[in-house]
Design a protein around this ligand. Structure first.
Ligand code: NDP
Length: 365
């Protein structure tokens, strides 16, 4: 998304351009000039802009322009925005962004307020949500119509923004990466987090046995209350020893590991022979390169992402429909345990990285 700041004029960019021979900078300047030429017609909204990757202070509250939707796009006015750990990876640079400045954030819900020429599936006034489309940290945004899903009346904007990305992740982890059944014993790290609390409830609904890890006693209570059969507090217990005890030395069928560096390679020691190690996140840092012989016992390893599992429109819709059915039936409830005004997104990032949040977090607009 090309951005133009309210306080910069055209002349500023022309002068900056003449001082550099860098082709990328010239292209970036050209894009900004185009945005400024349509200044009179463009709509100004507030957004969190990332100029350079870095710590939470890199998230700046600024005015940006939004153009009319092009072919295949809609303009969406957010009612609520979801906070996810991937936002931290984008902000810090762990997951490189193709262009800066950028508006980060992958999830939100709100109303369609304008549609591009060839958009037929949605109309102005529709209530919609999405997960997996960069550019959410803004009052309004453009988004491809193919990325949005209409919300059932029973699903509020806040719940959709809080959970679409996290619940759709649990759905593909449990139904596709490894097919969880009533016979499954799993280890699930960060069981009291956003993805974690939904996983506790979904595992209970499937009749599976979930052993969860958490970082405090309060979080242990929360995970148990949400259906986690056994909870290990990693501040006071070795999760490998405890999993061995809890499974009579057998180990688990599958380990869902979103912690990364700190739990590698220990998570592998919690698996049965031919068990499945699902490494789906890096909250403590990325898993280092490793020798395949570590997968002793004929283990399987997967490094999945929601984007790959929902790349086709039909897969995105099928996943979202399952999530909505779980919500409407009451089999999963979304614990929105933190709310921050969008302009305070930096504080939300600080809390998430400090392990001070539980359940889901929304940025309010
Ligand atoms: P969470 O709410 O789960 O927050 C992260 C949690 O990880 C913390 O609360 C903390 O719980 C635990 N943690 C352990 N060690 C650390 C550490 N060193 N720094 C920070 N946190 C740590 O976040 P989300 O629900 O948004 O995401 C959970 C994970 O799932 C993330 O790793 C994310 O990247 C991943 N994910 C992957 C997707 C995919 O498709 N691959 C999609 C969605 C999420 P505790 O204190 O209890 O240990």
């Amino acid at each position: 998304m090309a951005l133009a700041r309210q306080d910069y004029g055209f002349a500023t960019w022309v002068r900056a351009d003449s001082r550099t021979s860098d082709l990328q900078a010239v292209r970036k300047t050209a894009r900004r000039c185009i945005a400024i030429f349509v200044w009179e017609e463009a709509i100004m909204v507030q957004a969190i802009v990332l100029d350079q990757t870095g710590g939470p202070d890199a998230l700046q509250w600024q005015s940006v322009t939004i153009a009319d939707p092009g072919p295949g796009e809609v303009r969406l006015r957010h009612a609520a925005i979801g906070l996810n750990y991937i936002d931290v990876y984008h902000r810090s640079g762990l997951y490189p962004l193709t262009d800066l400045p950028a508006i980060i954030g992958m999830e939100g819900a709100g109303d369609v307020i304008a549609v591009g020429s060839d958009v037929t599936d949605v109309k102005v006034g529709d209530r919609v949500g999405y997960a997996g489309s960069l550019g959410a940290y803004a009052e309004e945004r453009l988004i491809p119509a193919a990325n949005i899903i209409k919300l059932p009346d029973a699903v509020s904007y806040e719940v959709a923004a809080a959970c679409m990305l996290q619940a759709m992740t649990v759905r593909y982890l449990f139904r596709e990466t490894y097919v969880v059944t009533a016979d499954t014993t799993m280890l699930f790290h960060a069981a009291a987090g956003g993805v974690g609390l939904i996983a506790c409830q979904w595992a209970r609904a499937l009749g599976a046995r979930m052993i969860g890890t958490v970082g405090s006693e309060d979080k242990a209570k929360l995970a148990r209350a949400n259906g986690c059969a056994d909870v290990i507090n990693t501040k006071t217990e070795s999760f490998v020893d405890r999993v061995r005890e809890l499974t009579d030395g057998q180990g688990c069928d599958v380990v869902y590991d979103s912690i990364g560096k700190d739990t590698f390679p220990l998570s592998l020691d919690c698996l049965k022979p031919k068990g499945v190690w699902v490494s789906f996140g890096n909250a403590s840092g990325p898993v280092p390169a490793f020798d395949l012989s570590l997968l002793k016992g004929s283990l399987f390893a997967s490094r999945p992402s929601l984007m790959a599992y929902t790349a086709k429109r039909e897969d995105l819709v099928a996943n979202a429909e399952d999530v909505f059915a779980m919500l409407v039936s009451g089999k999963i409830n979304i614990a929105i345990n933190q709310r921050y005004p969008l302009r305070d997104a930096a504080d939300a990032h600080r809390a998430l990285e400090a392990r001070a949040t539980t359940g889901s977090t929304v940025l309010t607009v």
